[in-house]
Design a protein around this ligand. Structure first.
Ligand code: SF4
Length: 248
């Protein structure tokens, strides 16, 4: 993709949403860390449902640690893999208390050393809490980057490296949110909304969906190709997040 095209894509995404943010509800760096950690393989909606009852009871590392694994579980049953996540959450809270004085660490190595925290979660915290221009790649960004041609890659890390290397600096800080929201609501896995997509003319995807009337005239061959594309999309990696601060 030509640099001018890449810049034009981000200009349009920015014009449509000048202040993008996460859909996870949080009111502190620790709450954001907990919400992002819990969001693996589950929806932001179910995470918000869980944290809306957990955080009023315990929203600091010390309080989560004191609650203990069995004490945390009832609050997070709505999220996938809650048994494992409860264990990680309490271990993470204890580690933050013991090694970081109760504050969310600001460097990648320390973040990734926390139980249940991987590269993607660390990137989100570094970006949203510490203002670093990291671009975390989840399943939506992986798909959008590959389809559009912004940063083609076979793995999330390959896509991340491509995005970090080629996204103009002025767009780096918010690129993650623009791309994730575009993937979640427009460039969806099974039926991307190409006819109404604001970057349709800039996107390099060769199999753009057509307006409804045109879809009715598809040949059998084109339907077969569409089915194969859906199968390809289903095999892509996974994850998720516009903010709604729960408390002042
Ligand atoms: S034109 Fe279609 S494939 Fe390209 S970004 Fe928009 S929705 Fe996705």
């Amino acid at each position: 993709m030509r640099p001018a095209t890449r810049a034009a894509i981000f200009r349009r995404l920015r014009a449509a949403n000048p202040s993008p943010t996460t859909e996870l509800a949080y009111a502190s760096p620790f709450e954001l860390l907990v919400a992002v950690m819990l969001s693996a393989h589950t929806t932001d909606k179910s995470v918000n449902a869980a944290t809306s009852v957990l955080f009023p009871v315990a929203h600091t590392p010390a309080a989560i640690a004191a609650l203990g694994v069995e004490g945390v579980k009832p609050y997070i049953r709505s999220v996938g893999l809650y048994n494992t996540k409860a264990a990680n959450l309490v271990a993470l809270a204890r580690q933050i208390v013991e090694r970081h004085g109760g504050a969310v660490p600001s460097d990648r190595a320390a973040l990734e050393a926390l139980p249940g925290v991987g590269r993607k979660t660390a990137s989100i915290i570094l970006n949203m809490v510490f203002g670093q221009p990291e671009i975390a790649v989840d399943t939506h960004i992986f798909r959008v980057a590959n389809r559009t041609g912004l940063a083609p890659g076979k793995t999330p890390r390959e896509v991340e490296d491509g995005l970090v290397a080629n996204t103009p600096p002025e767009f780096r800080k918010d690129a993650h949110h623009w791309l994730i929201l575009h993937g979640r609501y427009v460039c969806t896995a099974r039926a991307p909304k190409c006819p109404t997509c604001i970057i349709r003319d800039l996107c390099e995807y060769r199999h753009k969906t057509q307006p409804a009337a045109a879809q009715g005239t598809r040949s059998a061959g084109s339907v077969g190709k569409a089915i194969r594309r859906v199968a390809d999309d289903r095999s892509a990696p996974a994850r998720r997040r516009t903010a709604r601060a729960r408390r002042p």
